[in-house]
Design a protein around this ligand. Structure first.
Ligand code: A3P
Length: 290
């Protein structure tokens, strides 16, 4: 275990940084043997790439679109983290289908998933907008040291010294190991361009049939504007010991191309060079601006 010399709130384990506050190497190791059920759905993302958005969509598909009463439950309890069981929820006895979230790389998730048991929805977002979103989010995260300077943050991010590790390793790892899993690969940008199609893709993948008007409700409740208004969909209920929403928000801008407001021409060139080196041979075409 390697503690990040600049931030005691993070530790590095098996190539990835985790929050000291919520987990430990032992807990990460124990996830390997978590018993997956065929009906389980895992939402996997790198941080800041649309997790909360897809949590909302998934839970609406299974519950809220149908008014099952879960509209009073916050997103992170409807789709809890497998690696951060903060409230010690009894995962074994959750009603089916169990929905989980994770930021883990492909090699640290439960072994059962690798036998194509359960379903995984992976959402990727272009790494420039992800970096900008992350940078702003560090102000909100109380127990992570803030990197005030954008340029320094960018260096940390490119070298994988952020929670979740390297965006490049995360996306490449999941993308190139798709065949080992039962996986639906989506991008933040396609969700942004056509939310309805994304909802239909997800509901088809999780084998949940929906009526037209249910799809309408889900799309409506998953728009940026409506989620921002809903305290249970945007984590504003989380204790201020952990998240300081006075300094920002989970639902900040929700756009594609915000990186243009922060990156200099030189930073962008450096980023592009790094991107092309890292992503050589990976046929994902990200949308950088809408
Ligand atoms: P920005 O900081 O660029 O606004 P995560 O949930 O993985 O932490 O990702 C957070 C990012 O997803 C934030 O990006 C947030 O605004 C965006 N997001 C959340 N809900 C969204 C929605 N309904 N539509 C578009 N973007 C959304």
């Amino acid at each position: 275990v390697d503690v990040n010399e600049t931030d005691p709130f993070m530790f590095k384990y098996r190539g990835v940084y985790f929050q000291t506050e919520y987990t430990s190497p032992q807990k990460i190791d124990s996830i390997q043997d978590f018993k997956v059920k065929d009906s389980d759905v895992f939402l996997v993302t790198f941080p800041k790439t649309g997790t909360i958005w897809t949590q909302q969509i998934l839970s609406l598909i299974f519950n809220e679109g149908h008014r099952n009463g879960t509209e009073t439950v916050a997103t992170n309890y409807r789709v809890p983290w497998i690696e951060y069981n903060i409230k010690n929820v009894d995962y074994d006895n959750r009603p089916s289908p169990r929905l989980f979230s994770s930021h883990l790389p492909y090699y640290l998730v439960p072994k059962d998933l690798r036998n194509r048991k359960g379903k995984i929805i992976y959402v990727a977002r272009n790494p420039k907008d992800t970096a900008v979103s992350f940078y702003h989010f560090l102000k909100v995260l109380v127990k992570i040291k803030e990197v005030n300077e954008w340029e320094s943050f960018l260096d940390h991010y490119l070298s994988g010294k952020v929670i979740g590790g390297s965006w490049f390793d995360h996306v490449k790892g999941w993308y190139t190991h798709q065949e080992d899993f039962n996986i639906l690969f989506l991008t933040y940008e396609e969700m942004k361009k056509d939310l309805r199609s994304a909802v239909l893709k997800i509901s088809k993948f999780v084998e949940k049939e929906l009526e037209e008007r249910e799809v309408d409700t889900i799309v409506e409740k998953a728009t940026f504007q409506n989620m921002k208004k809903d305290p249970l969909a945007n984590y504003t209920h989380v204790s201020t010991d952990h998240l300081d929403m006075g300094k920002g928000s989970f639902l900040r801008k929700g756009t594609v191309g915000d990186w243009k407001n922060l990156m200099t021409v030189a930073q962008n060139e450096k980023f592009d060079t790094f991107y092309h080196e890292q992503m050589r041979g990976i046929p994902i075409n990200f949308t950088w601006d809408i």
